[in-house]
Design a protein around this ligand. Structure first.
Ligand code: HEM
Length: 389
């Protein structure tokens, strides 16, 4: 265990709203041991930005970790050249060029089709009826698993996320995760003959074409599903909610003074869909007066870094005019999100402008509270709206 000062948390209130506690940690102990999480947390942007690049100390290789055991050994749990080889193989499917030339039009078709199916004037849950199916349809295209139902993509993503956070070892949670990975393996088996015969630009297509061993292909597809469904879903619903609850800022965007990309990036800074990423200490190390032991677990708190007062004025406020270049919502090192360009296109080039162009007077319904939660993964649980198309 590290020699970091200890701060206790109440897991229930930390899940409901982690920001006051994270602010206290940044103030009193930016490197802090939290017994309820069994880990040492790095909470300041500078410490995270420096440490994430020191892969010989802050290693992603966690052989005993739940992710390896339940989902196979993927690129996010590798360091150095082992990691870079797989990243290079995957890149042609998610590069800015491929996203622009190939995926954006497909994302647009998904958005229009889903909006066409929603009855004007109805009251819907925006998370369930737009953000969730849209993210899942886009992810089916990117992964190449087009035979899946969007409901499966969403359910399997959630089952894997629950599985890799199942530190209590709940057998029902583990069983659901195993069922999800078996479902994905079957979907990959369905598509393999198709992409082998006619290689395409999907993740499955480019990884198979690169000659990557199939175990790694399967593990990286599962990784992309676990990390590529909830995050865009939460970022789309969250940005819509943030703009509807800050009407003067929505006017700035609708008036063209502030781009949609800026609104999305500010939301992802303000409420980071991925609030934490784990690392294993690979050798004895110290930061200032805190000493770390080999093999202990460290959490890089992206959600805290994005509210670090040293880098963001009025950090707790949503402000679409602020400079977000220091945001680490997509990571701060070699594991920088491989899906960042696809997400930006999906959310800021397609979902947000299409939505506000086609639904003239979208309003929060106001007849049910909007619920939000989470610290490792954070997002809206619902968003009841009046769909005044
Ligand atoms: C708003 C949407 C998204 C956010 C905020 C997000 C955030 C992140 C973050 C913070 C990391 C880095 C984790 C670390 O450093 O340990 C990451 C990694 C990753 N993300 Fe995303 N992500 C998003 C969407 C996606 C999508 C749509 C895909 C798939 C197409 C995806 C695929 C990946 C992969 C494969 C990695 C691992 C990269 C590596 O290890 O080199 N992400 N993401």
């Amino acid at each position: 265990m590290s020699t970091a000062p200890r701060i206790d948390i109440d897991p229930v209130s930390f899940w409901a709203d982690p920001y006051p506690t994270l602010a206290r940690m940044r103030r009193e102990a930016p490197i802090v041991f939290v017994p309820q999480l069994g880990s040492t947390l790095l909470c300041s942007r500078d410490d995270i930005s420096i440490s994430e690049k020191q892969i010989d100390v802050f290693s992603s290789h966690q052989p005993e970790g739940l992710m390896n055991r339940l989902m196979g050994h993927n690129m996010m749990r590798k360091d150095g050249e082992d990691h870079q080889v797989e990243r290079r193989a995957m890149f042609p499917a998610v590069s800015p060029k491929t996203v622009k030339a190939h995926w954006t039009a497909q994302f647009q078709a998904h958005a229009d089709r889903i909006i066409d199916a929603i009855a004007p004037g109805s009251r819907i849950d925006f998370v369930r009826d737009f953000a969730l199916p849209f993210s899942a349809e886009c992810l089916k295209s990117i992964t190449g698993l087009t035979s899946l139902r969007f409901e499966d993509m969403n359910a399997w993503s959630q089952a894997m996320i629950d599985g890799i956070a199942n530190y209590a070892g709940d057998p029902a949670v583990e069983a659901r995760c195993h069922a999800a990975t078996a479902g994905i393996d079957a979907a990959i088996d369905d598509m393999l003959p198709v992409v082998s015969k006619k290689p395409d630009q999907s993740l499955l297509g480019v990884m198979v074409a690169s000659g990557m061993p199939m175990d790694s292909v399967r593990a990286n597809i599962k990784l992309s599903i676990s990390g590529g469904q909830n995050e865009p879903r939460d970022a789309i619903a969250g940005t819509v909610w943030a703009l509807l609850t800050h009407p003067s800022q929505l006017d700035l965007v609708l008036g063209g003074e502030v781009p949609w990309m800026q609104a999305f990036e500010e939301y992802a800074r303000w409420i980071s869909p991925i609030g934490m990423s784990p690392r294993r200490i690979a050798r004895p190390w110290a930061i200032r007066d805190v000493a770390f032991e080999p093999d202990e677990r460290v959490f890089l708190m992206f959600g805290s870094a994005n509210r670090d007062e040293r880098h963001f004025e009025r950090a707790d406020e949503f402000d679409v005019r602020r400079d977000v270049s220091k945001s680490v919502a997509f990571g701060a090192g070699p594991h920088f999100c491989a899906g960042a360009w696809a997400s930006r296109a999906m959310i800021a080039d397609v979902a947000l402008p299409t939505l506000f162009a086609r639904v003239k007077n979208l309003q929060i319904a106001g007849d049910e509270p909007v619920r939000i939660g989470g610290w490792a993964f954070r997002g809206l649980l619902n968003l009841p709206v009046r769909w005044n198309a």
